[in-house]
Design a protein around this ligand. Structure first.
Ligand code: NDP
Length: 394
């Protein structure tokens, strides 16, 4: 039985808290803390299971330390924004409490997400006898576990990996993002990057396009992006020759994004407006629909997974492992759309395996470094069943 502190009361935090509450035999006490206390209280008031709430500004390590000392959690689940990762990791180190997040650290003024800032915590965490699990969402997260599973059970060597993230949900708005708009737009407008033959190859933003026919969704335009799980997977997958990440975008979405970019609304450079500095992208976030409000309106499915191409017993094989998630079914269960759901469920599962001692270690871990089997089994039990299909060799 463990006490869990969840930081961040946004779309993902809402799912994590409700999924933890569904497992009271694992999580005996839950505290939801965020910058805006009212958001925590609104979630609490809508739940039958009792939880505590607290206000914390997680940019300040000392505030997190004080909250940890007061609530005494066994683990902190960080589902605030990537900007808070280091302050929360520092607070966990100081109080010797296990840590989990779903997105790698990114400095607010530099749109570059990488594990380079968090991996150096490995030694201090080892010395303190605590564990940090990085990227326990869907991608990163489940996609890393799919890779570990394929490596353990399906292949002797994996040569090519394509991570495919398709969201065919329709929320009815002309333009909205499915998770934090600032983080989402920073990710999409950055240069693309993939890894081939030992090096990173950079592409212009959204310049590489293809079409993929997804099970239960149908053919969709997919665009090559950089995504952080590739940074750790290139270190841990044997025989890898190439790994790429693809995401679906509709033409309507990209047209809006182009216009916003062309007029400067996606910039993170401060501009002077009516006597004060504002950041255009933060202003844009304020006028776009709150991703947390999309749940009741979003219809359709998401399909996220990995296509592996490699060798088993001397034979070439191509296998697709994926999970399909229905937006409306998620809303019925936890009042959220599928993007927050597919992130929040793996965060709960990662924390559950850690506090149960199944995935326990000392130091900093990416998901593929741990045994995939208990996680794969838990996905089926906790709302994200996965499937596997063999593909023809082309
Ligand atoms: P939201 O913007 O909906 O929620 C973020 C929450 O964090 C808000 O409640 C916000 O508070 C709170 N917060 C922000 N700054 C602070 C702070 N300084 N101290 C305390 N709380 C703070 O984002 P999402 O829920 O959509 O995303 C949460 C995380 O999940 C992000 O890091 C995102 O990158 C990650 N993610 C990971 C995915 C994966 O598959 N691995 C996929 C999708 C998201 P306030 O309401 O006051 O602004």
């Amino acid at each position: 039985m463990a006490r869990v502190l969840i930081i961040g009361a946004g779309g993902v935090g809402n799912v994590v808290v409700r999924k933890c509450a569904q497992n009271p035999d694992v999580f005996s006490a839950i505290c939801l803390a965020s910058r805006t206390l009212e958001k925590c209280d609104a979630i609490r008031d809508d739940m039958e299971h009792p939880i505590e709430t607290a206000r914390v500004d997680a940019d300040h390590k000392d505030e997190v330390v004080a909250l940890i000392r007061r609530f005494k959690p066994d683990i902190v689940i960080n589902v605030a924004l990537p900007y808070q990762d280091l302050a929360i990791m520092d607070a966990c180190l100081e109080t010797q409490v296990h840590y989990l997040d779903t997105a790698s650290y990114e400095p607010p003024d530099t749109p570059k997400f990488t594990y380079e800032w968090q991996w150096p915590y490995d030694e201090p965490y080892k010395k303190a006898g605590i564990m940090a699990l990085l990227g326990s969402g869907f991608d990163p997260g489940v996609t890393n576990v799919f890779c570990a599973y394929a490596q353990k059970h399906l292949f002797d060597e994996i040569h090519y990996v394509d991570i495919l993230d398709a969201n065919a949900g329709d929320h009815g708005y002309p333009f909205a993002t499915n998770f934090n708009p600032e983080i989402n737009i920073r990710e999409i407008t950055a240069k693309g990057r993939y890894w081939e033959n030992g090096q990173w190859v950079e592409t212009e933003p959204l310049a590489v396009k293809d079409v993929y026919d997804f099970p239960e969704i149908g053919p969709k335009d997919i665009y090559l992006l950089y995504h952080e799980e590739m940074e750790s997977l290139v270190k841990h997958i044997k025989g890898l020759k190439r790994i790429r990440f693809w995401m679906t975008f509709s033409e309507k979405y990209l047209t809006h994004l182009n216009v916003l970019q062309n007029v400067g609304m996606t910039s993170i450079e401060p501009i002077r407006f009516e006597g004060r500095d504002i950041i255009p992208l933060q202003f844009l976030k304020a006028v776009l629909p709150d991703p947390g409000s999309l749940g009741p309106r979003t219809k359709g499915k998401a399909n996220i997974g990995c296509v592996f191409d490699g060798v088993k017993d001397g034979q070439r094989k191509k296998i697709h492992i994926y999970s399909v998630c229905d937006h409306q079914a998620c809303y019925r269960e936890v009042k959220s759309q599928a993007v927050s759901y597919t992130t929040g469920v793996p965060a709960m599962i990662g924390a559950m395996l850690m506090v149960q001692g199944v995935w326990m270690g000392k130091g900093v871990f990416n998901m593929e470094q741990l045994d995939p089997d208990p996680f794969m089994e838990a996905l089926n039990r906790h709302g994200l069943p996965w499937q596997q299909r063999e593909l023809p060799i082309d």
